[in-house]
Write a protein of this length. Structure first.
Length: 367
């Protein structure tokens, strides 16, 4: 269970890197504590305190970097990312696993004379698992996740943004971690963009220099929803580039099997689940999760447990149209999705005549 941390402590010890030994030992103590192994956690903490002779570990040895102008931290740190199962297309999952396998075999790669760096660029539509993938990799590698905060990283002072970028990379070098640059396009835009100022063009140069130095020994993950904005030189810096697509029908099927335990879906027929999957197609992972969470919360607040087909189709329509629709629109959508007119009558408290009138309209909104 703790193989990753123990092996990294041994490796750091053989390299005579005391800071890394202390950092991984503290991480192991945190995991032991979280798992209820307080005796082992306390023992490690006592050894660290006695042997360090006043030197703190990880967050104390290396205080998080701050923006000079705002005096706010420019990183967030998740010391023990939660281990969760990802739902991704098999091809994407395989590429992520290959990336982690390469990192785990860094010494073997170097011994064979192979050139590589530990960098990964994730791009694609918003809500399709880029941040979740970064957390997943950090948890699988047994490392803290250091997330750059763009709200404080980008400064109005001339030259300060480049300095902040340098501070983040320097901070990440000083302890084992995964460095995550989300919304990467904000600091990696093409230098020939006519709409950008010279300062932001200098930022890209600073970024490239820091990446070149850091990625030989440090793990870097960057994510963007706007890959078309990235500077051409940025793409060449990444060892691995993965597109994160919207979920296909197999991934949607896996997602909609994961309702909270109190939700009873037994009254929804297999043929209706197929229609629900079709209604979800084209949405992001985040969209589908939000729809399921919203419907679950409504059931809970209404003291209900049973989820009906009519319930879920209405929730999907409401999400897709963001409240900007008429009663006629939603009735037509639900009838078109296979909800019986009788069920629609009961759901909305409408007369059969009105349902018939609404359902006889033209093309539906939200399809």
């Amino acid at each position: 269970m703790y193989y990753s941390e123990i092996s990294k402590i041994i490796e750091a010890g053989l390299e005579r890197d005391q800071d890394k030994v202390a950092s991984f030992a503290k991480l192991l103590a945190q995991k032991l504590e979280a798992d209820g192994e307080t005796r082992g956690s306390t023992r490690i903490a006592t050894i660290l305190e006695r042997k360090s002779k006043g030197r703190a570990v990880t967050d104390s040895i290396v205080p998080p970097p701050m923006d000079q102008e705002s005096r706010m931290s420019i990183v967030d740190i998740d010391y023990a990312p939660e281990k969760t199962e990802l739902i991704l297309a098999p091809a994407v999952e395989a590429k992520l696993n290959d990336f982690m396998l390469t990192i785990r075999n860094k010494t073997k790669m170097e011994a064979a004379g192979l050139e590589f760096n530990m960098s990964l660029l994730l791009y694609g539509y918003p809500g399709c698992g880029k941040t979740s993938a970064a957390k997943y990799i950090a948890s699988q590698m047994g490392l803290p996740l250091v997330v750059a905060r763009l709200d404080t990283l980008i400064s109005s002072l001339l030259g300060s943004t480049s300095k902040n970028i340098h501070k983040i990379f320097e901070y990440a070098k000083k302890q084992p971690c995964v460095l995550f640059l989300d919304e990467f396009d904000a600091i990696a835009k093409a230098r020939d963009d006519q709409h950008e100022l010279g300062e932001l063009k200098r930022v890209v140069n600073s970024l490239l220099q820091n990446m070149d130095e850091y990625c030989q020994n440090g793990i870097l993950i960057a994510a963007t929803n706007h890959d078309e904005l990235l500077d051409r030189a940025i793409w060449r810096r990444f060892q691995t580039v993965i597109e994160m697509p919207r979920p296909g029908l197999p991934e949607i099927h896996r997602m909609i099997e994961r309702w909270p335990e109190f939700v009873d879906t037994s009254c929804i027929k297999p043929t209706q689940w197929k229609k629900i999957e079709a209604c979800f197609e084209g949405l992001s992972y985040s969209d589908i999760k939000n729809i399921m969470n919203n419907k679950s919360k409504k059931l809970l607040l209404e003291n209900r447990t049973q989820l009906g087909y009519c319930d879920l189709i209405a929730e999907i329509f409401e999400f897709k149209n963001h409240g900007a629709y008429s009663e006629k629109d939603i009735v037509r959508y639900m009838v078109n999705a296979g909800v019986t007119k009788k069920a629609v009558e009961e759901y909305f408290g409408l007369s059969r005549r009105k349902v018939d009138s609404y359902a006889s309209g033209g093309e539906l909104i939200g399809q």
